[in-house]
Design a protein around this ligand. Structure first.
Ligand code: FAD
Length: 417
């Protein structure tokens, strides 16, 4: 069954300002709103969230500083991997489907003026399901309701289209032809590049966690610089528990996540686009991205790993996880049974209790915003989130309950995938 896309931009659920991307930003630094010494907003953390918040605020005419301890999309950051999936399906969590739809448009309009459209690869996303599968069934209904282009495929059709996959117990699937993957750290760096061109001041500085209570007037960096601003946004991903240990130490759970890249045989085109889409097997908590530019066929378990320190944690994969992943690959993709491991990454999810993002004011500092909790699915949403945070800062108003600090429990019970 095919459904066509409807106009979704107005009802995308993101901030009402909309990040209207200005190609002129590429040509000249736009003038800042105020010439005073302080910034309107200082954003700490240039991962996908901070980069888009800074860019969106600048689009709205604010004087913005963006700071990062290690650099945009650095190897320790959650946004620092090679690739991230962008899919529209989210069960019945409609807000995330709307944000994905909105974000994909914004990602594309970011990449075009930069002349780098390949930072998004429209290779399609295949959701594999078995039997009743409530998550996929709800996803189907949401995609239909919101007019996302998709197909429902039965087993015979799956085998016909992708003979290189052994579908095992899978009985049906949803295919999103206009989804795919983003070149993760490159796209964050591109966002910061464009933000700087638009007038954001980027500083590679580590911010000392602020102490005390009440309005924050400045932050200090480890090198001794003082950055003054009217509003502060801490978008520190898995570092949020370190920056605000009392508040978030037990509410954001950074977990160790391993990613594997397998090398297909020479000349074997079955595991790269257009023969292979992004695929997700929720029942087995695993997903993958086709071989791209010879970097290998990516396979990543989605189950939460052990607790992880983003500064000092070991980035070497474990033989146990490799063995589990190899077993799965041999079963589902028999042509890769003996494929060599050609690369790996160890990253971290920064999970909230249920997977909903954290976007809220600090309870004791009304000009400080806490933004994070991407929870293994946040990357794709960077643009819509940037828009949303900008709207809340500039227009006020309550945040959605699901994003509030009050809803962040100290016990993990995952509900958003
Ligand atoms: C293996 C893996 C696979 C994933 N797959 C997907 C996917 O397919 N699709 C998807 O949508 N999402 C996916 N995600 C989730 C997504 O990548 C994250 O949710 C998202 O990147 C989080 O971005 P962030 O900006 O909050 O954090 P980060 O990218 O970690 O950025 C935080 C930044 O803050 C900086 N910082 C921290 N403390 C300070 C300080 N004191 N001073 C200055 N700077 C500081 C850090 O250097 C860092 O650059 C995945 C995550 C992982 C780990």
């Amino acid at each position: 069954m095919k459904t066509t896309r409807r106009d979704f931009v107005k009802s995308a659920g993101a901030g009402t300002l909309g990040a209207t991307l200005i190609p002129a930003a590429l040509k000249a630094r736009a003038p800042a709103v105020s010439d005073g010494s302080g910034y309107d907003v200082a954003v700490v953390g240039a991962g996908v969230f901070g980069a888009w918040i800074a860019y969106s605020l600048r689009q709205a005419g604010r004087k913005v500083a963006l700071l990062d301890a290690y650099g945009p999309g650095n190897a320790r950051a959650s946004s620092g991997g090679q690739t991230r999936v962008i899919r529209m399906g989210y069960g019945d969590q409609e807000i995330y489907t709307r944000w994905s739809m909105r974000s994909l448009e914004l990602w594309k309009s970011l990449f075009s003026p930069l002349g780098r459209p390949s930072l998004f690869q429209e290779v399609g996303v295949l959701w594999m399901a078995r039997g009743e599968d409530p998550l996929t069934t709800k996803t189907l209904a949401t995609l239909e309701r919101l007019g996302v282009l998709h197909e429902r495929l039965d087993r015979a059709e799956l085998e016909h289209r992708w003979p290189q996959i052994d579908f095992g117990p899978i009985t049906w699937a949803i295919y999103e032809p206009e989804s795919g993957f983003l070149m993760a750290f490159h796209a964050v760096q591109a966002t910061v590049q464009l933000a700087e061109a638009a007038g954001v001041d980027y500083l590679q500085e580590a911010v000392v966690p602020p102490e005390g209570k009440g309005r924050l007037s400045s932050v200090t960096t480890r090198s001794g610089k003082k950055v003054e601003a009217g509003t502060f946004v801490f978008a520190c991903g898995p570092w949020l528990p370190k920056v605000f240990p009392e508040l978030l130490g037990e509410r954001i759970f950074p977990t160790r996540q391993e990613v594997f890249y397998f090398g297909p045989s020479p000349g074997d085109a079955r595991f790269r686009s257009p023969a292979m889409p992004v695929w997700v097997d929720f029942a087995e908590s695993i997903y993958g991205i086709p071989d791209f530019k010879g970097r290998g066929f990516k396979v990543a378990p989605d189950r939460h790993g052990p607790a992880f320190d983003p500064d000092a944690g070991s980035r070497i994969i474990t033989p146990e996880t490799l063995a589990t992943v190899r077993e799965f690959v041999g079963r589902r993709f028999p042509g890769l049974k003996d494929a060599p491991l050609v690369g790996s990454e160890v990253c971290q999810y920064e999970n909230t209790s249920n997977g909903d993002f954290l976007i809220d004011r600090h309870p004791e500092r009304d000009n400080v915003w806490l933004v994070g909790g991407g929870s293994g699915h946040g990357y794709k949403h960077g643009p819509a989130l940037g828009d949303y945070v900008t709207a809340r800062i500039l227009q006020g108003g309550a945040v959605e309950a699901r994003f509030s600090l009050a809803t962040k429990e100290k016990i993990q019970k995952r509900a958003v995938y």
